[in-house]
Write a protein that binds this ligand. Structure first.
Ligand code: IMP
Ligand code: MG
Length: 175
């Protein structure tokens, strides 16, 4: 059963659209003439990735990967598992990790360690949302959409217990 309610819209559809456009233009400029592989960290980044890559005006490849999620909780358990690995061989590639939100940073830190071991030519991070007040592990975010306060947010791909991903905006969830 779906739980909670949206107490406030934090980022509207048009806020998100404008930011995605801006990020896409920046990425296009930075990676022009490079062989770019965008990695979607499932499932939260699905919507962000699909909008963002349409704003990157150059040839690129996409792959997906899934790490363990919070499940029916709003706090990270701290242990991270890779549930689904990439298809692509990333050695020698310019890899851009597309993430919905960086909270404690544990999920990304673990995932980045694994990917670095495979020796991509470069490895950068693009995150739609950044909750810096919650950070436990330092994460260099190369492309950041919005910095937000310590709220649990849902929508535009982000879920609570798998619900709310289909909201076209990002809202604050009140349980
Ligand atoms: P971290 O490992 O604590 O940085 O958490 C990363 C993952 O937790 C994100 O990719 C999201 O899937 C999920 N997450 C963190 N904060 C939120 C939130 O406010 N709403 C929904 N999911 C979140
Ligand atoms: Mg995620």
């Amino acid at each position: 059963m779906i739980r909670g309610k949206i107490s406030r819209i934090l980022l509207s559809e048009s806020d998100i659209e404008a930011k995605v456009k801006e990020l896409g233009a920046q990425i296009t400029q930075d990676y022009k003439d490079k062989d770019l592989l965008c990695i979607c960290l499932l499932k939260g980044s699905m919507l962000f990735l699909s909008d963002l890559i349409r704003r990157i005006d150059m040839p690129l490849q996409v792959d997906v990967m899934r790490a363990s999620s919070y499940g029916e909780s709003t706090v990270s358990s701290g242990s991270v598992k890779i549930l689904q690995d990439l298809d692509a061989d990333i050695s020698g590639k310019h890899v851009l990790m597309i993430e919905d939100i960086v909270d404690t940073g544990r999920t990304l830190a673990k995932t980045l360690d694994l990917l670095r071991f495979r020796q991509p030519q470069s490895l950068k991070i693009c995150a739609l949302l950044d909750k810096p007040s919650r950070r436990e592990v330092p994460i260099p975010i190369d492309y950041r959409g919005f910095e937000i306060e310590n709220h649990f947010v849902v929508g535009y791909g982000l879920d609570f217990d798998e619900y709310y991903r289909n909201l076209p905006y990002v809202g604050i969830l009140e349980l």
